[in-house]
Design a protein around this ligand. Sequence first.
Ligand code: U2F
Length: 563
Amino acid sequence: MQAAFQRDLSYLLELIGSGKESLIFMKKRIRHLATQWLQASHKLEEKLEGKQRDQKQILIHIGFLTEESGDVFSPRVLKGGPLGEMVQWADILAVLFILGHSLKITVSLKELQSNLGVPPGRGNCPLTVPLPFDLIYTDYHGLQQMKQHMGLSFKKYRCRVRVIDTFGTEPAYNHEEYATLHGYRTNWGYWNLNAKQFMTMFPHTPDNSFMGFVSEELNKTEKQFIKSNKANNMAVVYGKEAGIWKGKEKFLAILNKYMEIHGTVYYETQRPPEVPAFVKNHGLLPQHEFQQLLRKAKLFIGFGFPYEGPAPLEAIANGCIFLQSRFNPPHSSLNHEFFRGKPTSREVSSQHPYAQDFIGKPHVWTVDYNNSEEFEAAIKAIMRTKVDPYLPYEYTSEGMLERIHAYIQYQDFCAVAVLPDTPAVQTSTSPFILQPNSTYLAWACNSSSSFPAWPPVNSLQVWLSEAGQACTSTCQQHGLVCEPEFFKFINHKEVFQRLNIVCDSTESEMNHLYPAVAEKVRECYLQKEPLLFSCAGYNTKYQRLCPCRDYRRGQVALCRDCL
Ligand code: U2F
């Protein structure tokens, strides 16, 4: 059945239900952004020019909001607790609904079971129950619950699952046997999914799919109004929980020399002791009032926590400059408590690496906070810098609708790929660039739907990394992005030959760094386990074969011909 855009959000609000503060927050957000969503849906509809879109039956099971997982978030919604996840789920619900899919939403185990057709108490029943959904969006908590209550069906249908995973999961952590043998086991588990089934809040790693969220958008008049009404000496501190302000007196004192400092820290009756008297604390604000505050402010300043949240994007979209601390050495699961146990070794080089790398100056200033002079100089320079409100396309409603539409239409982790023995590539003029040959392209285009030729293989370029470099950075260096879906096309002996790499031996092994070459000893390695194809990961011993692709400006998840 063809999907038709749905523009009356009242049915979605009904579907979400009520009772929990988290659900109330999400519904308020959807209501507040309704006009923006509707405008975006018209733009996307025009852009797609009537292209066929299949209507999917979708289950959305928000595991972290279930009582069975402890639901620690809902009671903290009005008390300064994390809202980033709620922001993202609200936007996911809006997108899936507006794209015209048929949704069931569950936030309890009981509802989950009844939707899965599993009789209560029969979770471990060995029979496979037919799954009435094409897709299931859930999180790590929900995944665990589904595994427990679906019996054998879980294995059969796990290719239909999409896991909303804030910080990302690297392939080495996802593969059970490999994780166990090589020290990548974490509490979050190893689910043997295709790593693209994990969907992140920012485009942290191309090994996962980038889901994202949206920020409030401004029209021309609003932008103009904001620009002329900015208070040049007004700063808002990032952090709604008092703990975030602890030990920051030195920075606050420096900032206070130049600017009037505002905060939105939750409190019950008295000012939290961590927040100095010279700060104008508004208390935790409803989301739309927080946006209004950002519209007046010149500076949004982070003190290192929370990591990678939505607020800096909102601040930049409302014309603020975001000042944040550089982390040297970078924080990661190997050296920092917050990330410990998360299924990734990704190095977080500042409070908000997306803002640092994808936006940068003049909107984002990343400085060493251990150096007071650098910190103070940045504040003075920011006060002299004029910026326009800015929102990357991938965080607009149209951008998110476009991206999720493409995923739903083209990503298929259930299809079994039958690949030709010959490699998909041939050398071109540069020794390190390989382009798909025309015979292969014809094959990929003519192949039936059982083969997921998405992203289309004509966007592939192969580069050899430096020793000790991850494919993520190799591709980035060439203005491209690593595309793990393409590893299967280059995991061939012939590709080494075409790159003029002399291999005295070629082994096929399980290693998340392969295909690669240890050039000094002329040993070549192919990947034996497709689930371990990974853009992340490096070792000084290896030069990796990297499948890179082009991407759309402002929409890194999609290649030029991906729509
Ligand atoms: C992140 O979660 P947080 O909730 O700490 O992220 P923030 O960047 O603070 O923003 C979440 C939303 O809170 C809103 C604001 C943002 O959309 O508009 N807000 C508000 O409604 N009222 C206020 O007074 C101030 C902000 C991250 F998203 C999570 O994934 C992480 O778990 C968490 C910890 O790193 O950080």
